[in-house]
Design a binder for this molecule. Sequence first.
Ligand code: NAD
Ligand code: SER
Length: 320
Amino acid sequence: MKKILITGALGQIGSELSVEFSRRYGADNVVVSDVNSEGAKLAPGNAYEVLDVTDAAALEAIVKRHNVDTIVHLAAILSAKGEQNPDLAWKINIDGLLNVMRISMSMKLDRLMVPSSIAVFGPTSVLYDSPQETILKPNTMYGVTKVIGELLADYYYKKSGLDMRGIRYPGVISYRTLPGGGTTDYAVEIFYEALRSGRYTCPLSSDACLPMIYMPDTVRATAELLEADPDAIKVHGGYNVGAMSFTPAQIAAEIKKYIPSFEIEYAPDFRREIARYWPASVDDSAARAQWGWKEEWNLENMTRDMLVNVAAKLGIDFKL
Ligand code: NAD
Ligand code: SER
């Protein structure tokens, strides 16, 4: 793992992962790329490449030019956007993924990390403490592409030995870059609206309990899995990783502790149907046993940190 290429690096996760990877491995050793070029330099010293992952020739040229031996493939269309444009979700999440997998194999790369998601679960899955191995028949195009990604990871690992790794990320909460069109985005938006207007209209129902993770835990989990000893890794598609689980009503109550006048109302839309068949919590014992996963952030300390940082970002005078 000497030279890492990150695709989709300007998104919610990539914009923070790039900075943390540059800190851990040296900015010279992290090449960041995205289909967009806005805000391209994420960490001082990073090389930046404009890359559409559906363009296999461009991807191959970048891998060669920078002597890349590890790819962290973040470019994707998320669940809500994917339901609005399923063809686009297929094109980016499957055609793009196949390009990355094929080039990783043909150029004999050392390691390939492809995130999966809690969206792999569906109406016939066990939705409380969802097991690592269970029925995966999602009812969203995004979920379908993530299950295919996991199956391909297993297939190519066995066929070619490509060292593939992945996490079924829960909903990711952060304040630096806004989320890019997922069902769990509400758990970020609620902080902005609580601070700006003291009111939030939630697109999910009040009791939609979902697994979530704060960004510092997300980037640490990603680095720890990427660095883990290959012999310890028994799951190549996507590890369940849990950190916290809450409903919209519970996060609203937590925010209310610090903004007593805060009000939430509910106007569920199509995202309620997506959330309905995602787990309330996941069994992440495999991640804990095999590469030492342990969360540091829960609903309480994440809420305090988000309020302080979102307020600072918005220039709002706020004290806990
Ligand atoms: P995001 O939507 O914030 O960012 C995705 C990035 O991909 C964007 O910067 C976008 O410009 C880029 N992109 C889109 N099409 C592209 C293309 N053709 N070529 C290159 N880049 C392209 O997503 P994210 O939240 O950072 O998610 C990263 C990964 O993590 C995805 O695989 C996603 O499915 C997974 N994931 C995220 C969450 C979450 O809550 N954020 C949860 C589970 C899984
Ligand atoms: N947070 C993501 C979404 O809501 C889950 O993969 O789409």
